[in-house]
Design a protein around this ligand. Sequence first.
Ligand code: ATP
Ligand code: MG
Length: 270
Amino acid sequence: MPYSSDKTANSSTAQADRQHLTDHQVTSMVPHGTAGQPVLHADKLSKEVTSGERSLTILHDLSLSVAAGESVAILGKSGAGKSTLLGLLAGLDTPSDGELTLFGQALSRLDEDGRAALRAGRVGFVFQNFQLLPTLSALENVMLPLELSPRAGETQTAVQWLTRVGLGERVEHLPKQLSGGEQQRVAVARAFVTDPELVFADEPTGNLDPDTGAQIIDLLFTLNREAGTTLILVTHDHALAHRCDRCLRLDHGRLEPFVPASAISEEGTQ
Ligand SMILES: Nc1ncnc2c1ncn2[C@@H]1O[C@H](COP(=O)(O)OP(=O)(O)OP(=O)(O)O)[C@@H](O)[C@H]1O
Ligand SMILES: [Mg+2]
C-alpha cells in the first residue's frame, strides 16, 4: 500500500508514495552490458494527484532506463502505483515533476498532439481494463491504431493478429459479446498490430486461464526475440516475470530489483 507523505502523514485514509533512490539504486535501474540505446529514460519522475482536499503522492523521484530489445517486468502490490507508472512511461499521462525521454525525445517539450505523433505506430499499450471501444467490433478495435499509422493490407494484418491470439472466429464480435479473456486478447492484438518498437502491457494475462495465458506470454517473447520488441510488463505472475531480462518491484513508491519466486526455487540460494 502507498504510505503517507508529510502533507498527509496523520490521515488514516490518505495514501502517498515516496521514493528515495540511493545512487546505487539509480545505477541498478540502468541496464548493464546491453548494446541497445535506451528507448526510454525516466529521470526523477513524480506523480502527485489531488483526492478531495488531500494530496496524494503516487510516485516520487523515480528513475529508470530501458534499452532497446529489453524485457522488463514490474511487480508490486495492488495500489502500489504500477498502472500509474506505466501510463507515465508510455507518455499517456504527464508527470508532476521529472522528465521522460522516449526514443530520444524529451516529452515535456511536446504537447499532447506531439506526444501522440511520437507514439503512433511505435508504442503499443495493453490496458489493464482493456479500453476497447464498445461500439466497435473486435476487428475494428484492432484496426484503430492503424488509422494513426496507415499501412497497406490493414484489414488482413488486423485479422492475422486476431488469429494469432486465437480469435480468428470472433472478428465481428462486439466487446460485450466477448469474454473478459477474449477482450484481453483483442487488446493484445491491438497493441501489436502496428509492429511497435515498444509495448507496455498492464497485467496482460490477468484474465486468462493458465494455458491461454502461456500462449500469450509465448507470443510476447517470440516478438521480443524475433522483432526486438522492447517489453515493459506489469504482472503479478512470477513465472512471466522470470522470463523477463529484468524484474523490478514498485513498493512504497520505490523501484527496486526483484528476484521472482520461480527464480528463487530454481537457483535455490536466494
Ligand atoms: N487520479 C487519481 N486520483 C486519486 N488517486 C489516484 C488516482 N490515480 C491513482 N490513484 C491512486 O493511486 C494508487 C495507485 O494506483 P494504481 O492504479 O497505479 O495502482 P496499481 O499498482 O496499478 O494497482 P493494481 O495492482 O490494483 O492494478 C491507488 O491507491 C489509487 O487509488
Ligand atoms: Mg494497475
